[in-house]
Design a protein around this ligand. Structure first.
Ligand code: UGA
Length: 436
């Protein structure tokens, strides 16, 4: 199969490299000349474990190439994937579909053969209909089937998620679209990965429903964690206790500082917008968005409390360990670290920070934070050490060294990576999430 991937960002690049690894011939297309030039040299635009090796191996094998020309890249492609960004539209939270529609138009204008056009970008219900309309409007004489194929991969685990998915969802309206998509995913089909065929609109909604549900699950356990702190219960045991119920499941029940990233915040807002447009309000998701937003800043207050309250905190210093919204990524989008750092700075607490991969992205977003060379650098002279992101490198800190370097042995662990009893035994005043 020949596949064109329009948009070489996170989803496009990972999907393109994985399809090539399955043996398909893949061309990744992007308007950003610098990005394409760097990709040709094997330089990745994002940090994702294993991606550089996968891209390099498949490029070397001649199955993966890069171009800035859409017309060139889609030549002879059986499937043309649209994997461009759909950021939140400024002002109203609706997904901004400018890039998706621009690609649809260019595809229609450049197409010289029959093809299946697949939307992989996260797009609101009805976008496929509009993509189809735009392509038809270009007057192309070729047969085009527009298909929805949402992506469920997680940053930091993207390649594994792509190659061993829980399911593949394909929303197609005709046999041509279904047949080509079956071929595209044949390697996974043979692998016994479940493939769910639905209507196009259903498939588009599945993506939003999945992300909104996961965001709800996290927010639910976060509120249970708050209650645990009040009643003297342990949220990890509660999560275990409810997660053993097969109907609930154990995953996505880690209490923490609130969800961030490029997907949950944006997709929950876009779902609310769709619900509003169709007069079908989603009050649960509305509450999730509000609770999660206020939680991030509340985590800053938790740190201030650990410093002895607002008055005592003024003039003190906090060390933030981890800045990215989760480990194994350099992505800072909607990271809880941003709200936490701001809350601390507003309270007159100076902030030093270290992140294994996120420093470059974080620096412009947190100009008042002192960026350090290592975790221990950040800890030096700190009145409180705050674990914001659960990078493996922070799981086994040398606690004696931490005590020596810090001004006071106080730790706020927003990811529950240490055990309260161990920390107490090591002489720390230790605060975590939902462990009373
Ligand atoms: C999420 C979904 O998990 C993917 O299935 C989906 O494909 C992707 O969005 C997308 O729409 O593209 P991602 O944003 O990479 O993936 O990250 P997650 O691992 O889902 O984490 C999201 C946030 O939730 C992070 O801030 C994480 O720390 C937080 N989280 C996650 C928790 O606080 N507790 C948990 O138990 C799980």
């Amino acid at each position: 199969m020949k596949i064109a991937m329009v948009g070489s960002g996170y989803v496009g690049l990972v999907s393109g490299a994985c399809f090539a690894d399955f043996g398909h011939e893949v061309v990744c297309i992007d308007k950003d000349e610098d990005k394409i030039a760097r990709l040709r040299q094997g330089i990745m635009p994002i940090y994702e474990p294993g991606l550089d090796a996968l891209v390099e191996a498949n490029a070397r094998a001649g199955r993966l190439s890069f171009t800035t020309s859409l017309a060139e890249g889609i030549k002879g492609a059986d499937a043309i994937f649209i994997a461009v960004g759909t950021p939140s539209r400024r002002g109203d939270g609706h997904a901004d579909l400018t890039f998706v529609y621009a690609v649809a138009r260019e595809v229609g204008q450049s197409l010289a053969h029959d093809a299946v056009v697949v939307t992989k970008s996260t797009v609101p219900v009805g976008t496929g209909d509009e993509v189809e309309r735009i392509i038809r409007e270009t007057g192309t004489p070729h047969r085009v089937s527009v298909v929805s194929n949402p992506e469920f991969l997680r940053e930091g685990a993207a390649i594994g998620d792509f190659k061993r998915p829980d399911r593949i969802v394909i929303g197609a309206e005709d046999d041509y679209g279904r047949a080509v998509m079956r071929e595209v995913y044949r390697p996974l089909f043979l692998n016994e990965s479940p493939i769910l065929f639905t209507s196009r609109r259903t498939s588009e909604l599945i993506k939003y429903a999945a992300n909104a549900f996961l965001a709800t699950k996290i927010t639910f356990i976060n509120e249970i964690a708050d209650l645990c702190e009040k009643v003297g219960a342990n949220v990890q045991d509660v999560a275990r206790g409810i997660g053993m119920d097969g109907r609930i499941g154990p995953k996505f029940l880690h209490a923490g500082p609130g969800y961030g990233g490029s997907c949950f915040p944006k997709d929950t807002l876009a779902l609310l917008k769709t619900a509003e447009d169709y007069g079908s309000p989603m009050r649960i998701v509305e509450a999730v968005v509000k609770v999660n937003d206020s939680r991030k800043r509340a985590m800053g207050r938790k740190v201030i409390d650990a410093l002895g309250g607002a008055e005592a905190a003024r003039g003190k210093r906090a060390a933030l360990l981890g800045l990215t919204f989760k480990p194994n990524t350099d992505d800072m989008r909607d990271s809880p670290a941003l709200a936490i750092a701001q809350a601390l700075l507003d309270a007159g607490v100076s902030v030093a920070a270290y992140d294994p991969e996120g420093m470059e992205q974080a620096r412009p977003l947190l100009p008042e934070v002192t960026m350090c060379e290592s975790a221990y650098d950040a800890i030096t002279g700190a009145d409180v050490v705050v674990i914001v992101t659960e990078w493996d490198a922070f799981r086994a800190l040398d606690l004696n060294r931490v005590k020596q370097l810090a001004k006071a042995p106080v730790m706020v662990d927003l990811r529950n990576i240490y055990k309260p009893e161990d920390m107490r035994a090591a002489g720390f005043a230790y605060v975590s999430v939902g462990r009373g």
